[in-house]
Structure formats: structure tokens, C-alpha cells
Design a binder for this molecule. Structure first.
Ligand code: ZN
Length: 221
């Protein structure tokens, strides 16, 4: 538990200093032995310490040491841990470029080989539903099938990882891809890589290039 707390707070600090953060929107969590730790509602990221994290059980009972409330998106985080054994951390945010695509309910297709870093040939966009709702959680889980990231229509972005640092690194990567796509769209719809080309990339990434696992091992090409 102690190590997870430390890793999560370090990642929250890195998130606060990244381009992904805007106000207090977004939330981060990490899986624990008995549920999850999640960021509190309405606390500035740079002010969040270990004592501000909210502990939550899989049946949504929660406890805090500073009388904090869990993030309003706690259901989404709990459901991801319940349905995705590979997810040990979740990052949800409203970054500028990914959200711009999401307001158009637009997925990120295979316009660039790095799209494969999220686990497949596209990064889907989950259907819109009210924040914090079961419907939103269901929509996101469907869009995350066989993927580690998805956009959320009229809302933002969610990523999962095997650690808080990995989920954050993936969110930064998806935001960069969204920026590239929006820039490329100035010249019209970009051509897409074929299924075969994307399969080659996926196979290469899975065979040891390190993409999508620990960010420190990423090969740069
Ligand atoms: Zn949100």
C-alpha cells in the first residue's frame, strides 16, 4: 500500500506539471490489495499528498484521513479495475487536443504508427453519457476493449497502465497523437496505415520494444 501511495502521489505531481492538467478536472487512481486509491474531489493537484487520497473498496465504501470526498468519476475507476485485470492505474483528464477530437466523437485511426501504443490499430471514442454515471462507465469499458486508452465523447480521455507512471505516459502520448492528427487535418483527411502495416507495428511493440509497459524502457524510433 505504502509503495502504491508513493507512486500515485509522484504521478499526480508529474500530471500537475504536464500539459494534461486543467484546473481540478481529471482524476487518477491506483489499484490496491483491497480496492483502489483515488484522487479527492475539488483539490488542486499540486496540493494533493498521501493523506488526501481516498481509499475505496470494490463495493464503493470509502475512507479518508482528511475528510475528502472521492473524485466524482470513482465509478469509472472501480469498474475498470473490476473488468480489466491488466489495469493497475487509471488516468482520466480533459487535455486540449484529445478533448477537441472527443467533442467531435472522433476516434484516432491509424494515421500514425504510434497509435498502436494503446494496444491496437485505433483509439476509440466512447459514447457520451453524464459524468459519474454507470452509462458512462459502461461506454468507456466497451471503448477500452483490447486497448489501454480511449477518448470520451464531449468529455476527455482515459488511459490505463500497469503503473501510475505508465498510465500517465500513455496519456501524454495520446495527447501528442491528438495534436498531430488535428495538425494533419489542416491539409484534409490524412491517409491511414493498412491493417498489415499496423499489425507489423503491434507485433514489433509486443516482441520487446517496450511500448506500453514501463515508460523508461521505451524504444524511440
Ligand atoms: Zn472528466
Amino acid at each position: 500500500m505504502e509503495q502504491v501511495q508513493t507512486e500515485l502521489v509522484e504521478t499526480i505531481t508529474a500530471f500537475a506539471q504536464s500539459d494534461l492538467a486543467s484546473g481540478t478536472s481529471g482524476n487518477l487512481s491506483a489499484r490496491t490489495d483491497d480496492g483502489m486509491l483515488i484522487t479527492p474531489s475539488s483539490v488542486a493537484y499540486q496540493d494533493i499528498g498521501q493523506a488526501d487520497l481516498v481509499s475505496m473498496s470494490p463495493d464503493a465504501r470509502w475512507a479518508t484521513t482528511r475528510n475528502r470526498r472521492p473524485s466524482s468519476e470513482w465509478r469509472l475507476h472501480l469498474d475498470i479495475y473490476a473488468h480489466r485485470p491488466d489495469a493497475h492505474a487509471v488516468v482520466h483528464c480533459h487535455p486540449r487536443f484529445a478533448t477537441a477530437l472527443a467533442v467531435h466523437s472522433r476516434e484516432i485511426g491509424p494515421f500514425h504508427y504510434m497509435v498502436a501504443v494503446a494496444g491496437g490499430a485505433n483509439i476509440r471514442c466512447a459514447g457520451y453519457a453524464t459524468f459519474g454515471s454507470q452509462e458512462l462507465s459502461d461506454n468507456v469499458l466497451a471503448a477500452l476493449e483490447d486497448r489501454r486508452a480511449c477518448l470520451m465523447a464531449h468529455h476527455g480521455l482515459v488511459t490505463v497502465g500497469d503503473s501510475p507512471a505508465a498510465a500517465l505516459a500513455l496519456a501524454i502520448e495520446v495527447e501528442a497523437l491528438a495534436a498531430h492528427l488535428l495538425t494533419a487535418l489542416a491539409l484534409g483527411e490524412p491517409p491511414l496505415l493498412s491493417d498489415g502495416q499496423m499489425n507489423d507495428v503491434l507485433n514489433k511493440m509486443q516482441s520487446g520494444a517496450g511500448y506500453g509497459s514501463s515508460p523508461g524502457e521505451e524504444a524511440s524510433t
